[in-house]
Design a binder for this molecule. Structure first.
Ligand code: SF4
Length: 476
């Protein structure tokens, strides 16, 4: 809705209205299962919460949203009871509104809401999920009209948020799209990474089923670069989108990292959160965890791991070790709060020095070193500096490495003529076009910008899908 057309509302009266909370299941209940912890709004609650919106002409919430959803327009339609109309507003700018509403941090639209100054921001994220989930219940989200077939074929590699976005938009634009996914099921990190208690996998499965009905073909269990070469794909398809994300884990170079009981975050999260039969074969080995688990790291993935650990049967102690202080921790405040509520413990300013194993090659203890904080580094956070002679040993049964992710250049290095950045991402002309140095080969999402959140990946992929469409039509 153009800002001049925003409905006139009684701002003073609305500012006095109390927020409608979105209840979270009590921690003592939710740690007993892996179900979503949020209880979604009812229709009445959602309408009431939407009717607090001041319909700001400048819509700072919309500006702060990486995809620029027209939030006030959607909330106005919801207020009138028009769930389908409200959902259509999100669909104009977003391919994954229901999922973004569950996974976006508060720091985007919600913190930008003008009512945040009074500590009462509109619950924009949960309203987004409510609207789009309620719409599915109401009319099933009919398939959009597609452009006439272009005769062009596109391969999308990776089925995370960026890949799904490009697949959807190019299919609607009339192209034939095949998505290649290395894991047994499509969904990328949405499936093999995000825990169920943050995002019920039914939301991902529904989206995949909707895309299949739209005409997107998924080929799973295909590791491009191994099972099929890039040369073959470049010969068979008119354009290729690289959306493999950033899933190569950062692994510390310290003794004992190869011991049994040292786990990588994505495998740990997938094995705990997903049914056995949809795990990649190499992750299907039975491995009981605990009772004492350490998680190394301080980002959102570390919070996901600690929250997963506290839910595992037999685990009595889950402790996160981070080398900086609580103030420098990059995890979002909400994830940290949830981890604390659920019984996760934290040890600050300690970094592992070596993992100690028993005669069977299984982890039995970790030697840590205390850190002090020095001058800020390039990230602006104070640099951790080891304190000599401060080593201490803690007995433990399992440790999860959640120290960050990088793009994996191993498959990309096989593509003739593809220029890479020094950190392994493909070089792109800009994040707007995603054009790489190889004609017809495009990239976006975490693979280009590094490990990030769902909404920025969707935002980038939308622009790149447009550039690909222009390329396929010979216009770009
Ligand atoms: Fe509504 Fe808040 Fe956005 Fe203003 S900033 S339009 S009050 S959601």
């Amino acid at each position: 809705m153009p800002k001049s057309n925003r409905p006139k509302v009684d701002r003073k009266a609305r500012m006095k209205m109390a927020p409608v909370p979105t209840p979270e299941r009590p921690p003592e209940e939710r740690v007993r299962d892996f179900d979503e912890i949020l209880v979604l709004y009812s229709m009445e609650e959602a309408v009431l919460e939407a009717s607090r919106c001041l319909q700001c002409p400048t819509a700072p919430c919309q500006k702060a949203c990486p995809i620029h959803n027209d939030i006030p327009a959607a909330l106005w339609l919801l207020e009138q009871g028009d769930v389908v109309g409200a959902a259509e507003v999100y669909r104009r700018t977003s391919t994954l509104p229901e999922i973004c509403g569950m996974l976006c941090p508060q720091t985007f639209c919600q913190d930008a809401c003008v009512l945040n100054k009074a500590g009462k921001p509109i619950n924009t994220r949960r309203l987004e999920t409510f609207i789009n989930a309620a719409r599915v219940e109401q009319d099933g989200e009919p398939l959009p009209e597609k452009a006439p077939p272009s005769g062009k074929k596109v391969a999308v590699i990776g089925s995370g948020p960026a890949g799904l976005t490009v697949a959807e938009l190019l299919t609607i634009a009339g192209h034939e799209v095949v998505v290649f996914e290395r894991h047994p099921r499509p969904g990328g990190l949405l499936l093999y990474g995000i825990p169920n208690f943050k995002l019920d996998k039914k939301r991902v499965e529904r989206k995949i089923a909707w895309l299949e009905a739209l005409g997107v073909e998924f080929r799973c269990g295909v590791d491009v670069g191994k099972a099929i070469t890039f040369e073959q794909l470049l010969a068979d398809y008119d354009a290729i989108f690289l959306g493999m994300g950033a899933h190569r884990p950062v692994v510390p170079r310290i003794p004992g990292v190869e011991l049994k009981g040292v786990h990588l975050a994505l495998e740990f999260l997938s094995r705990a959160n997903l049914p056995f039969e949809i795990l990649p074969p190499e992750w299907q080995e039975e491995k009981p965890f605990g009772p004492r688990i350490h998680v190394l790291g301080g980002g959102d993935t570390a919070m996901d791991c600690i929250r997963t650990a506290v839910r595992l049967p037999g685990v009595t102690e889950a402790t996160c070790y981070y080398r900086r202080s609580e103030a420098e921790m990059p995890a979002h405040a909400e994830d940290y709060r949830h981890a604390l509520e659920e019984g996760g413990r934290f040890v600050w300013q300690a970094s592992p020095v070596r993992f100690l194993g028993d005669e069977q090659g299984r982890l039995k203890a970790i030697v840590y070193q205390r850190m002090e904080l020095g001058e800020p580094d390039e990230s602006g956070r104070r640099r951790p500096v080891p304190i000599p002679g401060s080593e201490f040993t803690v007995e433990v049964d399992d440790v999860v490495l959640a120290l960050g992710f990088r793009p994996d250049p191993s498959a990309l290095e096989q593509i003739p003529g593809l220029e890479l950045e020094r950190w392994g991402s493909p070089k792109v002309e800009s994040q707007e076009t995603g054009r790489t140095s190889v004609p017809g080969l495009f990239a976006a999402g975490d693979l280009v910008r590094g490990a990030s959140l769902v909404a920025p990946a969707v935002a980038d992929a939308r622009k790149v899908a447009q550039a690909m469409d222009a390329y396929l039509r010979g216009e770009g």
